[in-house]
Design a protein around this ligand. Structure first.
Ligand code: NAG
Ligand code: NAG
Ligand code: NAG
Ligand code: NAG
Length: 591
């Protein structure tokens, strides 16, 4: 045996080895534990209901931290999200973040990326280990990572599965590709717990895992309020820690346009809140890379034709006509759903050329461009219906001003915007996401949106028939259940806050065309200071729903949810607490 081992459930430091030299080593650790543990008040025991319960330090309780107890108490360990299939030993070894030997067997480029993932793993371990992370003389832990795919693409067909196992004391992660292997390493990082002055890790395990849904996402809205690159990175840290795999970046809206477009600098020059509150090409490239190392792909959304105002006002000065109309118009309730107003001008053909340049500048920064979100929500027809050039445009087509005429106009806008995207890519095989809207109601959607090209993101309440109706018509969906996964609710109007249990228990319709779901963090009432706490750990609750889709409900997940919240906090995310700390220290006693 290479490692110092003690069999946790029996006695805290009962070394399970027989050799004299190792027994000496055990004695050393007992000494270290006591020395590093001065002032510690409590120990923990695993009760008959598999709950970790606090005991007086002088009692005979086995575990020196609740996290250590959580790793081995009961059937589910400390994993989040819960793996599909696993077993693990209840024997601990002491480890140190610097003492892992990695052997990565993978093709060139993904291998390079994986080497950086190892750095993320190491810093996650340091985060658990705490400030007095003592490197004593822990043995090295060997980790062998093997995957064969040379592709770094992530899409809905990517096999994110992995196998994590121990053979002869060596950890092995075997996966088809980078993403599966990354998830495997994340799972390994969830098998550690703080120990006085250091870390312990489970000695062995077997995990066979793969996600239930291929699309597991978080929406961030950086247009209503701006978030720094640093703050966005923290959300990506949380996503990687919870195996969410798409960040849907709602980067623009009528309030502001923070994206610095290379060809169209006026958009941000006239649309950002300040010259500092912008995202440059370098910022986005950095975030794309940061995301990738955490198993996350960024999907960009340019919302159109509504939700476009500030940033679009320079058309006339540039001899391009009105690119948008109703910009900042009052009284706003007549022209948009939310102040300030603005909708793109479908009658102005220059709009489509400008969109093409914008799409070009954005997709240039993304490693994959065959998936794009074109928004498409909340058109207020009255804006277009009170704009003379748009009315004239309809009349010139021999049309009137009925609702159906305006929906046709909206459909025409969408078709032309898509044609520009296709021109840019040079093919018609990309997939476009759109929000559910008046254009996606079951009576009209087939007239405007081809189910082969469009994936609809529904944002209706759980009782609404729309998702099922669209599935019946052959559309693929990403579901954002409005009365569970709208994380902005509870802060405005009559909306109510959805606690983590509501988020967790939101089971989606099971259907092959449900690609997954998304929790949405709209930011009208949210700035960077409160961002982490509003998103986390609730987004993690959705992550387990999407990864594992357990048949059980939140009550079974509670102790692990609390542990995951603790994990996020240690990794630098200011996740909100879900309970008094006494309840974290005494599992199941507050439910
Ligand atoms: C725990 O035990 C030590 C040594 O046996 C003793 O000095 C200490 O007072 C005890 N603490 C408590 C809280 O009983
Ligand atoms: C896990 O299960 C496998 C296969 O059943 C078994 O060989 C292995 O010993 C188990 N590992 C642990 C840590 O229980
Ligand atoms: C930017 O906007 C100004 C008016 O604010 C206009 O004069 C100029 O032509 C615009 N530049 C481009 C490149 O469109
Ligand atoms: C557009 O405005 C005209 C004239 O005010 C009105 O008759 C028509 O009903 C309006 N169309 C819609 C879709 O509201």
């Amino acid at each position: 045996m290479n490692h110092l081992i003690f069999n946790a459930p029996q006695r805290l430091l009962s070394c399970s080895m027989q050799k004299r030299s190792l027994i000496v080593l055990c004695a050393f650790v007992i000494g270290a534990a006591v020395a590093g543990n001065e002032g510690q008040l409590w120990k923990w025991t695993c009760n008959s209901k598999n709950q970790c319960i606090r005991q007086e330090y002088n009692s005979s309780a086995e575990y020196l931290s609740v996290e250590m107890c959580r790793l081995v108490c009961g059937n589910y360990g400390a994993f989040w999200p819960i793996p599909r299939q696993f077993n693990r030993s209840t024997v601990f070894v002491k480890v140190h973040p610097n003492r892992f030997n990695f052997k990565i067997d993978a093709p060139g480029k993904p291998k390079k990326y994986f080497e950086e993932v190892v750095g993320v793993f190491q810093s996650n371990l340091f985060a658990e280990c705490g400030p007095n992370c003592n490197e004593a003389d822990e043995q090295f832990v060997n980790v062998e990572v093997t995957f064969t795919s040379g592709s770094m693409d992530l899409d809905w067909t990517t096999d994110e599965s992995y196998r994590l196992q121990t053979t002869d004391g060596t950890w092995q992660i075997i996966a088809p590709n980078f993403y599966g292997a990354r998830h495997g390493l994340e799972t390994l990082s969830q098998m550690v717990a703080p120990y006085p002055d250091g870390l312990v890790m489970l000695k062995s395990a077997l995990v066979l895992d793969k996600p239930y849904y291929p699309h597991r996402s978080l929406l961030l809205d950086t247009a209503r309020n701006y978030f720094s690159v640093k703050a966005i990175k923290r959300q990506l840290d949380g996503m990687g820690s919870s195996k969410l795999n798409y960040l849907h970046w709602h980067i623009t809206d009528s309030q502001s346009f923070p994206f610095v477009s290379k060809q169209l600098p006026n958009l941000s020059a006239l649309g950002a809140y300040s010259d500092k509150q912008v995202y440059t090409a370098a910022d986005i490239t950095e975030l794309v890379h940061y995301a990738l190392l955490r198993g996350v792909r960024i999907i960009m959304e340019v919302d159109a034709p509504a939700h476009a105002g500030n940033g679009w006002q320079w058309g006339p000065a540039a001899n391009l006509g009105n690119l948008a109309v109703c910009i900042n118009q009052q009284p706003w309730r007549q022209y948009c759903v939310e102040a300030p107003c603005g909708q793109l001008n479908p009658a102005n053909q220059n709009v489509y050329d400008v969109l093409k340049m914008l799409y070009n500048d954005l997709t240039d920064l993304l490693p994959q461009n065959e998936l794009f979100h074109m928004g498409g929500d909340e058109i207020v027809l009255n804006c277009w219906n009170t704009t003379q050039e748009i009315i004239d445009y309809l009349h010139a087509q021999g049309k009137g001003q009925t609702k159906s005429d305006f929906l046709d106009l909206w459909g025409e806008f969408q078709e032309k915007a898509l044609a520009k995207y296709d021109e840019l890519l040079g093919h018609k095989d990309s997939t476009i996401m759109l929000w559910s809207s008046e254009l996606t109601t079951t009576d009209v959607i087939q007239k405007y949106l081809d189910p082969k090209r469009y994936v609809i993101q529904t944002w209706v309440p759980s009782t609404d028939p729309l998702p099922n109706d669209l599935l019946n018509k052959g559309y693929r969906l990403v579901i954002s259940t409005k009365n569970a996964w709208y994380l902005d609710h509870g802060f405005w109007g009559t909306t109510t806050y959805y606690g983590w249990r509501t988020v967790y228990n939101n089971k989606l319709t099971s259907h092959k065309n449900v690609l997954g779901g998304e929790v949405c963090m709209w930011s009208e009432f949210l700035s960077e200071e409160a961002l982490d706490g509003r998103v986390w750990p609730r987004a993690a609750a959705a992550a387990e729903r999407l990864w594992a889709n357990p048949s059980t409900k939140s009550d079974v997940a509670e102790s692990r949810m609390h542990r995951q919240r603790e994990r996020l906090v240690k990794r630098g995310i200011e996740a909100e607490t879900l309970t008094p700390q006494w309840c974290y220290q005494n599992e199941g006693q507050c439910g």
